[in-house]
Design a protein around this ligand. Sequence first.
Ligand code: NAP
Length: 247
Amino acid sequence: MIDLSSKSALVTGGGRGIGKEIAMALAKAGCDVAISDIDLQTAQATASELEGLGRKSLAIKGDVSNAADVEAMFASFIEKFGKIDILVNNAGITRDGLLVRMKEADWDLVLNVNLKSAFLCCREAARPMMKARGGKIINIASVVGLMGNAGQANYSASKAGLIGLTKTLAREFASRSINVNAVAPGFIRTAMTDKLTDAEKGKLTGQIPMQTLGSPLDVANAVLFLSSSLSDYITGQVLTVDGGLVM
Ligand code: NAP
């Protein structure tokens, strides 16, 4: 059984969806968990649920693509928890469209929220983790960062960039016992995939060897493993959680 008691974690975009499930899984394993989200109400609702499990929690409002917000977010986190053991860069958005019609603003927004955010958060987490000579960073990428996806040039590029960032930081931090890994979910049942039509969902499941969409808990379980000492000798890896879609 995974025991994360006495550990503290920050999950970005943890108010709902996959991030919320990750926060719940970490808290169930004994971890104190802060939630940052662009929407304070959803963050507060999740933080109350985490406290209901008997853990310390904190809801932090902030835009992860904004350097000042990220600095303030880490300052409140460290003030409350004193240290950071686990960082999960989960916040992410889509603004889909074929390249020829893609607006520059949609390219910039997706790259900023999905990729620049991870750079900013890793930069803030690095110093306290290095000082502590340990830590776990998990970046939530996507299978489309590995295989591409028509209509998602901005999103696929941001997730491929996140994988490059993961491997580079794994090399930079390895000597300080800080593990940096990515989880690449396939098609998971959340608000993001609820937008698809039944026909689109049917077409997608047809491509998945396991013939079904995944659940947020499937992703959370992978993050839980990468947050624990069970993965101490694993760094710079991309763990796909996709029913066999990419292999
Ligand atoms: P989701 O339900 O839309 O949740 C994303 C969360 O991030 C929301 O709570 C959202 O807040 C927050 N957020 C958005 N922009 C933010 C910002 N600038 N600063 C701080 N928080 C922000 O998405 P999800 O499906 O759970 O996805 C979570 C992660 O998994 C994302 O990185 C996504 O790319 C990745 N992923 C998802 C799938 C899938 O099938 N769902 C597949 C592969 C990868 P609001 O609620 O206020 O907007």
